[in-house]
Ligand binder design. Structure first.
Ligand code: ADP
Ligand code: ASP
Ligand code: MG
Length: 411
């Protein structure tokens, strides 16, 4: 008998009919003898609707109150599922984050889980109940409701699996696994049987929203066996593994990630003297703005251009901060661009292959796509390009690295 944590995402619980379907599925597992903890998201669209309500009152809702609002979405689905299970003769009980006691820090809207009290859940499991837990939420030391950031129910699932030492954490969603790239963008994308934690972490960090970054971090740290599966179709899904050696023929690239959420800022004509990078980025970080890619040009006439990217939501704020810095440094001008996108190739196979970046650049050149910025790490290469070429770039790279699914007959 296994202990399994199952997480169902927003579309999987998007209607009462779907919740009934989830209940049928959970019942089957239960009848096979497994102990089950089920973590749910809010109905799809609900979290956005709640955020929108808050924004009708205030452009920048007070983070604590926003958490009180957005945490309600999950409270609805957990009760509905518990009821649907009981209707099927399966004993069940639902809990909010506060009721389990999923203790987090106090960083509202992006809280981190610190500790989970597993006593109540263990008691219920022993009593033969399916325990249904609200994803995405917790409570801080002071008793304030917190939420874990968008997509945070994945992290609730993995954290519960770690706390309960579950045999597996299954993330059920609207695709049947992790693909070589977002299957909604590239129809030839292929499901991966396995992907390493390291690669999955890069994919998630670089924009593949199939799993929340923290969920992957948590699973890696606590060695939680993690699998992504389709909620309503049978299949093996994708296993996230620690073991790199398991696959005999490691492809060079495992996947392609992309992100439209960034914006670029350039400060032109700054003096090329020691400390200038700090003078530019110090105030940005003091304003709590995270910087992603950074490029400093080679200097002519003792001045240089300095470019970096930030989240698009932080663009206006960053532009203002940079304008002040530009005055102080006597810089020539500040220019910005919000129509950019980042495309990244990811794979542990890169470690043992030369020429991966140049193959990437060649594929982009063939499509006449200009590369604005480049950054690399051991297992990824990222480029910033004009946003309108994003889909073309992803498709071209998918083909260039031989990731396309073999054409089916008749196609
Ligand atoms: P849920 O509501 O179940 O949490 P999400 O929308 O958060 O679902 O995540 C699933 C979606 O992630 C898919 O519908 C797919 O469009 C997208 N996605 C992005 N990159 C990938 C990828 N590499 N593999 C699979 N899905 C991906
Ligand atoms: N409901 C939350 C969101 O939409 C959490 C989740 O679905 O994972 O971000
Ligand atoms: Mg999600």
């Amino acid at each position: 008998m296994a202990l399994i944590v199952q997480k169902f995402g927003g579309t999987s619980v998007g209607t009462v009919e779907r919740i009934e379907q989830v209940a049928d599925k959970v019942k089957k597992f239960r009848e096979a003898g497994d102990d089950l903890v089920v973590v749910l998201s809010a109905m799809s669209g609900e979290t956005n609707r709640l955020i929108d309500l808050a924004k009708q009152i205030s452009d920048q809702p007070v983070p604590r109150e926003l958490d009180v609002i957005v945490s309600t979405g999950e409270q609805v689905t957990i009760a509905l599922l518990a009821m649907a299970l009981m209707k099927r003769g399966v004993p069940a009980v639902s809990y909010t984050g506060n009721q389990v006691r999923i203790l987090t820090d106090s960083a509202h809207n992006k809280a981190r889980i610190l500790q989970i009290d597993d006593q109540k859940i263990r008691g219920d499991l022993k009593a033969g109940k399916v325990v249904v837990v609200a994803g995405f939420q917790g409570v801080d030391e002071q008793g304030n409701i917190t939420t874990l950031g968008r997509g945070g129910s994945d992290t609730t699932g993995v954290a519960l699996a770690a706390a309960l030492k579950a045999d597996e954490c299954q993330i059920y969603t609207d695709v049947d696994g992790v693909y070589t790239t977002d299957p909604r963008v590239v129809s030839q994308a292929q499901r991966l049987d396995k992907i390493t934690f390291e690669e999955m972490l890069e994919m998630a960090s670089l924009g593949s929203k199939v799993l929340q970054i923290r969920a992957v971090e948590f699973a890696g740290k606590y060695s939680v066996p993690l699998r992504v599966l389709h909620s309503f179709q049978e299949g093996p899904g994708t296993l996230i593994t620690i073991d790199e050696e398991e696959s005999m023929e490691q492809p060079i690239i495992s996947g392609i990630a992309f992100n439209r959420d960034e914006a670029k800022l350039t400060i032109r004509g700054v003096p090329d003297t020691p400390g200038v990078a700090f003078k530019i980025l110090g105030p940005i970080s003091a304003a709590n703005i995270e910087v992603d890619m950074i490029v400093q040009n080679v200097s002519h006439d003792n001045t240089t251009d300095f470019t970096f990217t930030v989240h698009r939501n932080d663009y206006d704020k960053a532009h203002k901060v940079l304008a002040t810095t530009a005055q102080e440094l006597n810089a020539r001008e500040v220019v910005g661009d919000t129509n950019i996108a980042k495309v990244s190739i990811v794979g542990v196979g890169m470690r043992s292959h030369a020429g991966v970046a140049s193959r990437m650049f060649e594929a982009l050149a063939k499509e006449s796509i200009n590369i604005q910025m480049i950054s690399t790490s051991e297992i990824k290469v990222s480029v910033v390009i004009e946003e309108k070429y994003l889909e073309l770039a992803v498709r071209a790279l998918h083909t260039a690295f031989e990731l396309d699914a073999p054409a089916r007959q008749g196609e």
